[in-house]
Design a protein around this ligand. Sequence first.
Ligand code: SF4
Ligand code: SF4
Length: 497
Amino acid sequence: MDVRAQVSMMFHLDKCIGCHTCSVACKNIWTDREGTEYMWWNNVETKPGTGYPTKWEDQDKYKGGWQPKGKTIKLKVAENKSNTFANIFHQPHLPTIDDYYEPWTYKYGDLFDAKAGDDQPTARPVSLITGKNIDINAGPNWDDDLSGSSVYAKNDPNLTEEEKQALFEIERLTMFYLPRICNHCLNPACVASCPSGALYKRGEDGIVLLDQNTCRGWRFCISGCPYKKTYYNWKTGKSEKCILCFPRIESGQAPACFHSCVGRIRYLGVVLYDADKIEATASAPENELVDLQREMILDPHDPEVIAAAEKSGVPFSMVEAAQKSPVYKFVKKWKLALPLHPEFRTLPMLFYIPPLLPVLGRMEDGVYNVDSEDYFTSLDKARLPMRYMANLFTAGNEEQVRLVLEKLLTVRTYKRAEEVGDMDSAQLKAMFEKTGLTPELCEEIYRLTSLPTFEDRFVIPPTHREYVAELTMEDAYTFKAEIGFGGFKTVRLERGA
Ligand code: SF4
Ligand code: SF4
């Protein structure tokens, strides 16, 4: 057992109100510079929808992530090694500026300086890249709030044809918000695909960073990341990505997008995992990916795990942080949070609680029934098809996503029974039996979901730069040699000062 510590994240999607405060907080701090205008290290998408960059989930188009090859896995972008060298100067699978959008501003000066004339002066849009006038026909949130409509959502790669038909009946239109940042993956395709070894995973907390001095602008990380969370700075000629606000974390503060989140949907904490299992987990059959990724996460209270953590050089204060971690509870203890697109096989360390809403109950003969035959009134009559949710969060395994939603519904039903008292006790008992939840567990889940304090949501690990040099990630990343030129080193250790 090779125990490592990872700063991990959980987003509760039922609580996201789509306000974009997180995106703006991030942009103001990190990407408010020339060359970064189109970068949104944090963005919030409306689902169903095509997202940002457009259709980022379509790996036939972008060739991101890993694919099984024999008993192991290979980078999709490096399918053919001879092509890799040819593609180093031109990669056919990169998103174009049209897949993002051409950033623009307005000629505000014209409003004041225009000569007197018959018409009101206007502020025309101009490109922030070329400085020329442009017609705006795309933006980072172009389909915001409109994804329930057939115009945008029909291009969502996760929807089947049948679902599109059903979903766009007017009375079934629906949507939810999906905030996205870099997942700081355990098997990061961005790290493995960089020919210069510019990307690395920090030994002490697993944050994935991109060294600006080493980056040569090959842009393989952009093709390699299936979540499209690295970006090319056209001004500096280097790539950039989310740094999980590591300077804030190191000084005991939550990342800006977490701190500013209006819906309080975000949770952050340490998880301990077994790095020996990375290769086997990432190479597993699709329907086992979620369970195996959960199994990699270790119980921080287990004496054997604590001893192994000490042996691997993980400081005890990290173990203590893992014991208090809200992410551990949601992901491992309660099995409520799921990774986004586990089939990309990067082992993402950002987990989501899929949205239960808009499932509602219905009053029938004075009893609140959560399993009625009407629209919106049971899991199966919910407007978001189960298959669609499974395509997003469980590599198509509908049972896994259904169990999570059943648990959420049980917690809600239990609280309604307690507060309002109009529930059928036999229905509630059956829900407990089916989900394995108890009143005590429901209360715990309810408290951490609805009434958490700042300290409950963010258990920020102490900084231990002094231990960094002793940790080695070399053994853990066996896939790192995919397309390294001039040697097989793409994962580097950052040495402590
Ligand atoms: S999401 Fe994963 S693969 Fe993409 S940039 Fe982040 S760590 Fe790399
Ligand atoms: S700030 Fe929070 S609630 Fe608002 S869009 Fe971002 S994740 Fe959702």
